[in-house]
Design a protein. Structure first.
Length: 493
């Protein structure tokens, strides 16, 4: 309540009135500001491209994609997360288990802690691995014959064999690997990165999702959503095929100036609708999306146009083969996007849980490895030869692994208790193996790494302290790792 004496209002001095201006005076005075408008735009561009002045932490102001200072010096500027959806079998790819073959056909030995599997076949006999194994590179890392191309780049990766998670089914487990929780409603890791660090390219999305085929990721877009955060930080899904981003090209006869007027009109309507509804972050995100889409019409067509790539590059990624076309295109796009400042790119191999080998794992994994192996190895080589691998963190892995027990005779069930992921570039160690599972590959044993630990490590390499990066929700500071997790220091170079 005001403490003024109401009676004093009548004694206030009236504001000075400026005499009316002639048209000539108005143009003379008003025209002097035109240069300031251009100057303001140039200064804004300089501010966005310069070292960020804002610090990463609890951010209470309106949603912003302006660059922010990390907590400590980062070793990675961007992340490419190769999500192997459906659950690749670690004991058939990166974690050889001779004891599993010795016990094949027998039930799970009494000395192993029993588990509850997704399909409930806990007493099914153990299934042997039929792969041929060999040490590769100077590091001598074991890789099976299902991944001959990945075997050639093992000296550039660190294999983490002791991952574990909490979910049993795909929807919950994919959600946890993306958001930290098996329950929907939390921001994805890419959204946390975008919220904490902003973007260095205002003409492209900071967070992009690419699928290797037409399919629906288990759980859908919530895996790259923002949960309780403003929708501004959500991921942008690009489609497969020759036109990853629809409607980028202006129609014939439709000028850029006309498009600008259209966007301004729509934004004005959206802002009017937003007044009084400030809690609905989708409205602010809609305005930001229109602006981003307008800027993307200038830069994005070139970013997603692969026609300028050499035949040698296209062939290396497997774009000349039907079985590798989808993943090859996605991996090549990922390289082009991080090259242009996109902060977080997620590539789904087997979109729609195609790695889910409940039966006939030989057929399933043979086909899926063929679709993924060559493009992924090409991505690592390409980043390396362009000098981008040192500043780009590549993460490979799925939502869980697969059981040593058989299912339907020739398949494997879901295994969240022990599985493998690997890291390359961006400050991660090279040619290293970390952690172990037990003798048959059921449980992680040494250097166990939970999903929260993996997320904490990714954030750390980006220069973000997962305990300091917070978002206030319902009066409570929320964190990407849900107040848990630790940095896996053995992963660091």
């Amino acid at each position: 309540m005001s403490t003024e004496n109401p009676g004093e209002n009548r004694f206030r001095t009236l504001p000075h009135r400026v005499p009316a201006l002639s048209r000539r005076d108005f143009l003379l005075r008003g025209g002097g500001g035109f240069g300031a408008i251009a100057l303001a735009d140039l200064l804004q561009a300089d501010r966005l491209s310069a070292a960020p002045a804002e610090s990463t932490g609890a951010i209470d102001e309106a949603p912003s994609l302006a660059p922010r200072r990390p907590h400590h010096r980062p070793t990675a500027k961007s992340v490419i997360f190769l999500f192997i959806e459906g659950g690749p079998s670690h004991s058939d790819l990166f974690d050889p288990k001779p004891e599993l073959n010795r016990l094949a056909g027998k039930p799970l030995p009494a000395g192993f802690k029993p588990v509850l599997t997704a399909m409930g076949e806990t007493n099914a006999p153990l299934l042997a691995c039929r792969r041929q194994w060999k040490r590769h590179g100077e590091s001598g890392i074991w890789v099976s014959d299902w991944l001959p191309h990945t075997a050639e780049i093992v000296d550039d990766i660190t294999v983490l064999r002791s991952c574990w998670a909490d979910g049993l089914n795909h929807v919950g487990s994919v959600c946890q690997m993306n958001t930290g929780s098996v329950l929907a409603g939390r921001p994805s890791l890419g959204s946390w990165v975008t919220y904490g660090l902003g973007t260095v390219n205002q003409s492209l999305p900071s967070y992009v999702v690419l699928l290797d085929r037409n399919g629906t990721v288990a759980g859908g877009p919530r895996n790259w959503g923002t949960g309780f955060m403003p929708a501004t930080y959500q991921g942008t899904e690009l489609r497969g095929g020759d036109e990853p981003i629809a409607n980028l090209k202006l129609p014939d006869g439709f000028t850029r100036g006309r498009q600008r007027s259209k966007i301004d009109f729509l934004n004005d309507l959206n802002r009017r609708h937003r007044d009084g509804r400030e809690h609905a972050s989708e409205l602010e995100a809609r305005i930001a999306t229109y602006e981003l889409a307008f800027r993307m019409q200038s830069e994005a067509p070139e970013a997603v146009d692969l026609s300028g790539e050499s035949e040698r590059t296209l062939e290396a990624y497997g774009l000349d083969r039907e079985e590798t076309l989808g993943m090859g295109r996605a991996c090549l796009l990922a390289r082009r996007l991080v090259e242009r400042g996109v902060r977080f790119v997620q590539v789904y191999s087997g979109a729609g849980a195609k790695w889910d080998a409940h039966d006939n794992i030989e057929k399933n994994h043979t086909e899926m490895c063929q679709s993924m192996d060559r493009p992924v190895a090409a991505l690592i080589r390409d980043l390396k030869q362009r000098g981008l691998l040192d500043e780009t963190l590549v993460v490979w892995g799925g939502e869980f692994g697969r059981t040593p027990m058989s299912e339907k005779g020739d398949g494997r069930d879901h295994n969240p208790w022990g599985f493998t992921m690997w890291f390359a570039g961006g400050g991660a160690a090279r040619g290293r193996v970390i952690g172990t599972t037990d003798e048959i590959g059921l449980h992680a044993v040494d250097d166990r790494a939970h999903v929260h630990d993996i997320h904490a490590t990714i954030l750390h390499l980006l220069g973000v302290d997962h305990e300091q990066l917070t978002y206030i929700h319902n009066g409570r500071p929320e964190r990407a790792t849900m107040n848990e997790g630790r940095v896996i220091h053995k992963v660091l170079a």
